[in-house]
Ligand binder design. Structure first.
Ligand SMILES: [Zn+2]
Length: 476
């Protein structure tokens, strides 16, 4: 099996051997694509922008969005679009500068000279790779800090969403930098060691390592990482907790912990999610969601979330990401050993003669960006399908779990209506835009639009009503 895989991969590498021999201006190609994406995304904002000048919501949402809420969401949408337009061009410009001035090569040699000061030469490739990533991280992060400050303290604050204090903003940033070092450095060291140790047979080993890493993060994230930023406290005993526990037990969902998270510490945008290993799951609900919605609506949101679990959506996404990862790794070897490839990004010939693994892998990922854009579009398509499925699941909950279990949960025949009301409520509280350009939405949105979801919920309701009618007629 392993040999078959290996021989296939070697054949693939042979077929692409021109990468090692033909001079291609890879950097130009990456710059061109990066500029193309920046311009395309600016164009999408320009398509979406006029919708924010509309004077009334779409007919389907007219009754849900009163004049005042509609007006506020339009103003918020317009401000956000302007900000995204400017920041998109700024980030795109930054990428162009970094590429044009060969700052990747500069970051590599800076990392080298920094280590030399501490007495470590070029033979210490892994430490140099870690410092290299640190330099790049700062190179991309520091220039965009003003954008983050503006977004948090001007844009979000003007519309009443921001709850972050300047002190919290700074400590959050320092904590995430620290986290990057504490988690990122050992991760990179292990990643590169496996790549080096396994030689040309690295694909299965690296995939195994990444799966183990992901599983570890599932355990570490809620217990170690998230508490650094937020407080998770058990949802207090009461009617809401009772509802969710009954829902979980009716579905045999392995609920071990039910938390409330203080999302309101930073922002009043709201949410709910679940995570964990197959046999032990945690549900986390934002305090903002609990405050903004009625209990039966929160229950409906959770029924939707558990629909994702019921249909194994997270597992399917994991599977897709493994296939994606395999495809990425399979094409890497041909770039791994190509000095010409590394040279085209301005690396000196002495570095390019034996391309450092970190450098060739990073540059390789950059030339994949067109493919990654298509993968992103495909993923939007997949996650949207999953959303429809989860909505349908919540609507048909009563018939899925059967009358006996349904009876333990009170009246759940109106779950679809409740979910619709919850979605409208969340949309209103978040001042999300009600008018959406189709192309903008196709590119950016992983979820269907509110109007689309309400329409589908309505259809499901009609469908189940006619099904019940038909059943009743049959009985007659
Ligand atoms: Zn969902």
């Amino acid at each position: 099996m392993a040999d078959l895989l290996h021989s296939q991969l070697v054949a693939l590498e042979d077929r692409l051997s021109w990468v090692k021999t033909d001079p291609v201006d890879w950097k130009f190609y990456v710059q061109l694509f990066s500029a193309g994406i920046t311009l395309f995304e600016s164009y999408l904002i320009m398509r979406q922008y006029p919708y924010f000048s509309k004077k009334a919501p779409p007919p389907a949402l007219a009754s849900e969005f009163s004049g005042d809420v509609f007006h506020k969401s339009q103003v918020y949408g317009r401000d956000k679009a302007r900000f995204n337009f400017i920041s998109g061009l700024y980030r795109g410009g930054l990428e162009q500068i970094i590429l044009h001035y060969d700052l990747y090569a500069w970051a590599w040699s800076s990392a080298g000279s920094l280590l030399k000061r501490f007495g470590y030469g070029t033979e210490y490739e892994i430490p140099q790779s870690i410092v290299f990533c640190g330099v790049l991280y700062l190179l991309f992060t520091i220039p965009t800090i003003p954008l983050d400050i503006y977004s948090t303290f001007v844009l979000e604050a003007n519309h009443g969403f921001n709850k972050t204090t300047p002190g919290l903003f700074v400590t959050d940033m320092l904590k995430s930098w620290l986290l990057c070092i504490v988690l990122g450095a050992p991760f990179l060291a292990a990643f590169l060691s496996i790549l080096r140790w396994a030689g040309d047979r690295f694909v299965p080993w690296l995939m195994l390592f990444l799966i183990v890493f992901q599983m570890t993060m599932v355990v570490l994230y809620p217990t170690v990482i998230q508490p650094l930023f937020n407080k998770l406290s058990p949802l207090p005993e009461g009617t809401l907790r009772g509802r969710i526990e009954r829902l979980a037990s009716a579905l045999s969902f392995p609920l071990t912990h039910l938390y409330e998270i203080d999302g309101s510490k930073r922002s009043s945008h709201s949410n709910a999610y679940f995570f964990g290993l197959p046999w032990s799951k945690h549900i986390v609900i934002y305090d903002t969601l609990i405050k903004q919605s009625k209990e039966e609506e929160v229950e409906a949101v959770l029924a939707h979330e558990l629909g994702h679990w019921y249909y194994a959506h997270p597992t399917k996404l994991l599977l897709i990401s493994q296939i994606h990862l395999f495809a990425i790794l399979a094409f890497y070897p041909v770039f791994r050993h190509s000095p010409l490839f590394v040279r085209s990004f301005g690396f000196s010939s002495s570095v390019a003669a034996h391309p450092p693994l970190m450098v060739s892998f990073l540059l390789y990922q950059m030339i994949l960006s067109p493919v990654e854009s298509l993968v992103g579009l495909f993923m939007n398509f997949v996650t949207r399908r999953f959303e429809w499925q989860a909505d349908a699941f919540a609507t048909a909950l009563a018939s899925t779990i059967g009358p006996e279990k349904a009876a333990t949960m009170g009246d759940i025949s109106d779950m679809g209506d409740r979910l619709g009301r919850a979605l409208v409520g969340l949309h209103r509280e978040n001042l999300s835009s009600v008018w959406v350009d189709w192309l903008y939405s196709t590119w950016h949105h992983s979820h269907p639009t509110l109007a689309e979801r309400l329409k589908a919920l309505e259809k499901l309701k009609l469908g189940s009503a006619t099904a019940a009618d038909a059943a009743a007629k049959k009985e007659l």
